[in-house]
Write a protein that binds this ligand. Structure first.
Ligand SMILES: Nc1ncnc2c1ncn2[C@@H]1O[C@H](COP(=O)(O)OP(=O)(O)OP(=O)(O)O)[C@@H](O)[C@H]1O
Ligand SMILES: [Mg+2]
Length: 403
């Protein structure tokens, strides 16, 4: 018996399809799903083998099809124009396309599909590669970089949004001890600081149960823990609190941390258990599986970037760094190979990536209080996608420990 799901959004062909499927002795319709989320939730139970849906179903993309395949569900799309749908089918990875006016034979097509080889597993989306050693916990990425506003927050937000787009549940954590800016970047009015609330829950020992209460839900997969409302409130986050917050956050999925710039040590902190401002940044780098070091592509920015990389090597043992040269632009007169050669002396475990200067995309996002991705595709979003691909391809890192 073939167990089928039908996604029903009110299209004219659906009742004929349902009738044809239920009339077939070898097919049972388990459920009529109302949308992509409902379909994925039902498919994840592992009972269904095939989904019949409209080719124009809202939210249907290659990742959804890959997820369905991952649950052992083949996907048959019904389309008004089968030629158009077949072209799209290639991109989406659909298992079959059926013209709307042939929907009376849908049950035969479904049984035919089931006699084919089982669906291929998804092309490596970030999911497994980003998970830490196959365990349930997500990977932690700290976005750091020198002074001079090289674009740490911009990139932290973009990375988190890209991970969420890949259907990875992601917590974006604003831990910049010089004042949070992620909320402003995303147009979130935060009367209450997520970071300070979380730090209080750590102190009270109830963070694990109450972590959801300190997050803002930005989309299905993207959560935000907003940062310090004022720079002078950094001292309310006691040493060790951030590590605990990250530990809880990574149980839910990926974690992206926006950090400060300096790693400078305050000698006064050695006397007594006083918190030090840069301790927050240092703690983020210590718990991170990957450290993205952002520098700007101009001469001052690159010099600071070189300094930052060397500081990281001084302070952390075997840090796993990914250097991101942000705001690359032709007017600087440098080619990527020149810059990469300059940065080559930084050590063998350092990957260098380039992100273009893309004022239009960044302004669009900032003014609208949205992530770059929500502003549509642009050279910058494509480059961020390539960065995530590179990070997903890398083996899980050994955690850096402080020297
Ligand atoms: N690739 C880019 N193209 C164009 N503009 C960019 C790019 N990246 C960042 N910017 C701009 O640079 C400015 C600083 O960016 P951002 O706030 O992300 O930096 P930061 O390193 O987090 O700074 P801060 O030290 O204030 O935390 C912003 O106006 C942002 O829009
Ligand atoms: Mg910032």
């Amino acid at each position: 018996m073939i167990v089928a799901l039908l996604v029903s959004t009110g299209a004219a062909w659906e009742s004929a399809a349902l009738a044809a499927l239920t009339a077939h002795p070898g097919v049972v319709v388990l459920k009529r799903c109302v949308d992509v989320d409902d379909l994925l939730a039902t498919a994840s139970a592992g009972q269904a083998q095939v989904a019949v849906l409209g080719a124009e179903l809202s939210g249907l993309d290659a990742t959804v099809v890959a997820d369905l395949h991952g649950h052992g569900v083949r996907v048959l799309a019904v389309a008004a124009d089968a030629d158009v749908a077949r072209t799209r089918a290639g991109h989406l990875g659909l298992d079959g396309v059926l013209e709307e006016d042939r929907v009376d034979v849908v049950a035969d097509v479904v049984t035919g599909l089931m006699s084919d080889a089982p669906p291929t597993l998804p092309a490596p989306v970030a999911t497994e590669a980003m998970a830490d050693d196959g365990g349930p916990a997500g990977r932690v990425v700290a976005v750091w970089g020198p002074a001079g506003a090289p674009g740490r927050t911009t990139i932290a937000v973009a990375l988190a949004a890209e991970l969420a787009r890949r259907r990875l549940t992601t917590v974006l954590l604003d831990a910049d001890p010089y004042g949070g800016a992620v909320a402003q970047h995303l147009g979130v009015l935060d009367e209450v600081s997520g970071l300070l609330s979380a730090a209080r829950l750590v102190a009270g020992g109830t963070l694990a149960e109450r972590f959801p209460t300190v997050q803002r839900r930005l989309s299905d997969r993207l959560r935000l823990v907003t940062g310090l409302p004022r720079p002078d409130r950094w001292s309310e986050v006691r040493p060790g609190a951030l590590a605990e917050i990250v530990d809880v956050a990574r149980r839910d999925g990926q974690v992206v941390i926006d950090t400060g710039f300096s790693l400078e040590h305050d000698p006064a902190a050695d006397f007594g258990a006083r918190a030090q401002r840069n301790g927050l940044t240092l703690e983020a780098l210590e718990v991170a599986d990957d450290i993205v070091v952002v520098g700007s592509a101009d001469p001052v920015g690159l010099a600071r970037l070189a300094r930052a990389v060397s500081d990281a090597h001084d302070v952390l043992a075997a840090p796993r760094l990914r250097v991101v040269v942000n705001r690359m632009r032709p007017t600087l007169g440098w080619r990527e190979v020149d810059v990469a050669a300059m940065l080559d002396g930084f050590g063998s475990n350092v990957g260098v990536h380039f992100l273009p200067d893309d004022q239009a995309a960044v302004d669009r996002a900032l003014v609208a209080g949205r992530t770059l991705l929500e502003g549509g595709e642009s050279p910058l979003t494509r480059a961020v996608g390539a960065l995530v691909d590179a990070m997903a391809g890398a083996p899980a890192a050994a955690r850096s420990v402080r020297r």
